[in-house]
Design a protein around this ligand. Structure first.
Ligand SMILES: *Cc1c(COP(=O)(O)O)cnc(C)c1O
Length: 413
């Protein structure tokens, strides 16, 4: 086989290429406009501050929010921590050490950057309900409603899942929370910048998103914090100079924030056309791969999903071996998404996908520079690799002969 000439990047849910227009916007802020935005008494400081405020407007426009409601952070991980731990500690029902400090509702298919702060809060005396999705991978408003208690203070449900791309019932959950006077946080890292957001219409109190998932630089992100109806207060996690309205101290990453603002502006401008283009490409993957081979399944709800992510299992094939067979395609497998361990994805397990099908899954995620030719190449390369691996699989042979594999008594053979 000839050496691959160019890598096809289908891992845009992990990170995206920084848009050259973003890089260009950032460059002056390294060594020309290098002031500290906190320096209030000279032009170096004012220029840095002006640049940050322009970025704050660009970020606010993307969410249909007010600039004052945007807090810049180091990324969605920090935004999630600040939202969840900051709200829980601010709105705790009773002091640390008492029996229950309040109740939080989240779910088992969240990113670790939501699950782990929730687990920390349990150790600090809060109670947390972890909802399970249906087979379609969706967290419904009805499930959240059934879990609500008199002492519930916060609901955190991601907008779109990063492994399978399914969309949870966010506006409905927001409306439910507002009717019950409960704060609603959403990790919108795979949604904002890709899909429209209107924090009023969608009834969101706290929203996390990240620059490097939307063609901006790494190490910067945002948290939307509602200022009215209700005015949300958070206990800061980083204390110091009082930047970002006291919610996130530390000298601002001016160049990073400028790049993030530019990335938000570009996503807002091209959203509709980009969505349509990516949706067509993803649908091609979703239909062509199951059509080309037997025992292939698209995981999660067939339609209720973001345009740029799909997750497909190829029976009788191990995801890691499959990835080795398609070495000129960069993507993720369901076995190793979260760590170096070979545990199958907790998200796929969470929606009831069996261990074998979870181990045999690929996450393919598209982005601004994904071409139709690359998608076509992925379809043929994956088909070839799956057929090749299956040709060596005794299990696949048995299955082809119509033998029910679940009924085989392996011990006596
Ligand atoms: C990538 C991702 C994060 C983490 O974002 P960082 O900016 O890298 O910290 C959190 N949640 C979801 C859903 C993600 O996809």
């Amino acid at each position: 086989m000839a050496a691959p000439t160019k890598l096809t990047y289908l891992d845009n849910a992990a990170t995206t290429r920084c848009d050259p227009r973003v890089v260009e916007a950032m460059l002056p802020y390294f060594s020309d406009v290098y002031g500290n935005a906190g320096s209030r008494n000279h032009r170096f400081g004012w220029e840095a501050e002006d640049a940050i405020e322009i970025a704050r407007e660009q970020a606010a426009v993307l969410l249909t929010a007010q600039p004052k409601e945007i807090i810049f952070t180091s990324g969605a991980t920090e935004s999630n921590n600040l939202a969840i731990r900051g709200a829980a500690n601010m709105y705790a029902k009773s002091p640390a050490g008492s029996s229950s400090r309040g109740h939080i509702i989240t779910n088992i298919i969240e990113h670790k950057a939501v699950l782990d702060p929730c687990n920390r809060l349990i150790r600090e005396g809060f109670e947390v309900t972890f909802l399970e999705p249906g087979h379609d991978g969706i967290i419904t408003c009805a499930a959240v409603e059934a879990a609500m208690r008199a002492d519930t203070i916060l609901v955190s449900v991601m907008w779109a899942n990063n492994e399978i791309g399914t969309i949870n019932e966010v506006p409905a959950i927001g409306a439910l929370c507002h009717a019950r006077n409960v704060l609603f946080h959403t990790d919108a890292t795979q949604w904002a910048g890709k899909m429209p957001v209107d924090v009023e219409r969608d009834q969101i109190d706290l929203l996390s998103w990240s620059s490097h998932k939307i063609y901006g630089p790494k190490g910067v992100g945002g948290l939307y914090v509602r200022r009215r109806k209700p005015r949300v207060r958070l206990e800061a996690m980083i204390d110091g100079g009082g930047q970002e309205r006291g919610m996130r101290s530390g000298t601002q990453n001016v160049a990073g924030i400028v790049g993030f603002g530019k990335a938000c502006e570009l996503c807002f401008a091209s959203g509709d056309s980009e969505r349509a283009r990516l949706l067509a490409l993803r649908k091609k993957l979703d239909t062509a791969l199951p059509a080309a081979m037997e025992a292939v399944q698209v995981n999660g709800h067939p339609d209720r999903r973001v345009p740029h992510i799909t997750n497909i299992s190829f029976g009788f094939v191990e995801g890691e071996s499959l990835m080795m067979g398609i070495s000129d395609i960069a993507c993720s497998s369901g076995s190793a998404c979260t760590s170096a361990s070979l545990e199958p994805s907790y998200v796929l397990k969470g929606l009831g996908v069996g261990d074998e099908m979870a181990h045999s899954s690929l996450r393919l995620s598209l982005g601004r520079w994904t071409t139709e030719a690359e998608v076509d190449h992925a379809i043929s390369a994956i088909t070839k690799a799956v057929n090749h691996l299956r040709a060596m699989s005794p299990l696949y042979d048995l299955w082809k002969e119509g033998i029910d594999l679940s009924k085989i008594d392996w011990q006596s053979h």
